[in-house]
Design a protein around this ligand. Structure first.
Ligand code: TXA
Ligand code: MG
Length: 343
């Protein structure tokens, strides 16, 4: 299959490309689209064939449900049977934006979307291109991250081409994603609410509205709680080369990586320590240690850069355990498949 890449740089000037993408979706086909978090692989929520092709293109296990993307708060009522007051409050504060809420679903949502659950995950993206494509399609769109299953999420059209060229009919190129990390997911169908995935909205921000939010501390690296070599082999967000997450004070982790890596290895380090790796061939800048939002923004892009230069191993300094740093740590623990060193 030929994959067409349509650019949308200026919403008004390139609006015909938005219409084209929406038309492809209305025909029951799937399109990679930009969102403010990561690129999504979008199809009609009501089209079983489209949903099937999303799972096939990604190589995604059928038991992993999809997020429904909407373009107005009112659209929640088309697919959800309940919209609790507290969830409405979160919607008012964070939508449009990188928060996903799991809510009780309506019967009209196909089982294939929810993997048979009685809930559906809902997100109202703020990216203008995503917003207009959903509007023009006229129905909510399901969209998992537009990467091959198991690989880092895609944050540019180039990443989508690398993973999905020849497998889908269309990619809409809307430039680089603002956050570069997926949405924060909250189960808002239960009381108290539960954090399912830390993401581009910091947990601290959610706690201001939902102080009794339940979240599993195991998702986050806690001082003194890190198993040195757990047997957990499941990898997700994984680059080609084995990744080691090095946890500790940044000065110490930089030193550990320097002492334990060689010329064929890739290093992702904070900008404060770049100069210490002058002898190393492949050093990428994670941004400043004090700016977790930049670390979050660069994570997937940097991991994918190492896929292109074919490094032997990758070492990465662990960001601070606060704000978006917590979400980055969550992804890194999975990408490292338990390969965590504490110094
Ligand atoms: O930022 C994002 O959320 C991106 C962009 C494209 O919107 N999408 C995304 O989708 O990250 P995906 O499919 O890669 O991750 C969705 C996660 C999966 O871990 C899935 O298991 C979970 O959401 N999920 C979906 N529906 C659910 C439900 N009803 N209950 C619990 N978890 C659900
Ligand atoms: Mg994903």
């Amino acid at each position: 299959m030929e994959t067409r890449v349509l650019k949308v740089e200026d919403l008004d000037r390139d609006y015909n490309n938005i219409i084209e993408a929406a038309n492809v979706i209305k025909e029951g086909k799937i399109v990679a689209i930009p969102t403010e978090t990561v690129y999504g692989l979008a199809g009609s929520i009501f089209d079983e064939e489209a949903i099937k092709s999303i799972f096939i293109a990604k190589g995604r296990p059928q038991d992993n449900p999809l997020i429904a993307h909407i373009c107005s708060i009112e659209q929640v009522n088309d697919i959800c049977s309940e919209f609790p007051e507290k969830a409405k409050e979160l919607a008012e504060k964070f939508w449009p934006g990188p928060l996903t809420m799991v809510l009780k679903r309506k019967e009209c949502v196909p089982d294939r979307v929810t993997a048979g659950l009685d809930t559906v995950a809902v997100r109202f993206p703020s990216h203008p291109v995503a917003n207009k494509i959903i509007k023009e399609a006229g129905i909510p769109l399901v969209a998992p991250s537009a990467n091959l299953s198991g690989k880092p999420s895609t944050t540019s059209a180039k990443h989508c081409i690398n993973d999905l060229n020849g497998k889908i009919p269309m990619i809409v190129d809307g430039g680089e994603c603002k956050y570069g990390l997926e949405s924060t997911i909250i189960d808002a169908s239960v009381t108290p609410m539960v954090l399912l995935r830390p993401g581009a909205v910091a947990i601290e921000e959610i706690l201001q509205i939902v102080p009794d939010l339940i979240y599993d501390n195991n998702m986050i690296v806690d001082d003194g709680e890190i198993p040195k070599a757990p047997g957990m082999k499941y990898r997700h967000y994984a680059p080609k080369a084995p990744l080691t997450l090095v946890v500790g004070e940044p000065r110490e982790t930089a030193k550990w990586i320097k002492d334990n890596s060689d010329q064929e290895d890739g290093v992702i380090c904070f900008e404060e320590y770049i100069n210490e790796f002058n002898g190393n061939n492949y050093v990428l800048n994670f941004g400043s240690y004090v700016n977790e939002a930049v670390n979050a923004n660069r994570l997937f892009k940097l991991l994918r850069e190492f896929d292109e230069v074919e490094v032997k191993r990758i070492f990465i300094q662990c960001p601070q355990n606060k704000g978006l740093g917590k979400s980055v740590i969550n992804r890194l623990k999975k990408a490292a498949g338990g390969n965590i060193v504490k110094v």
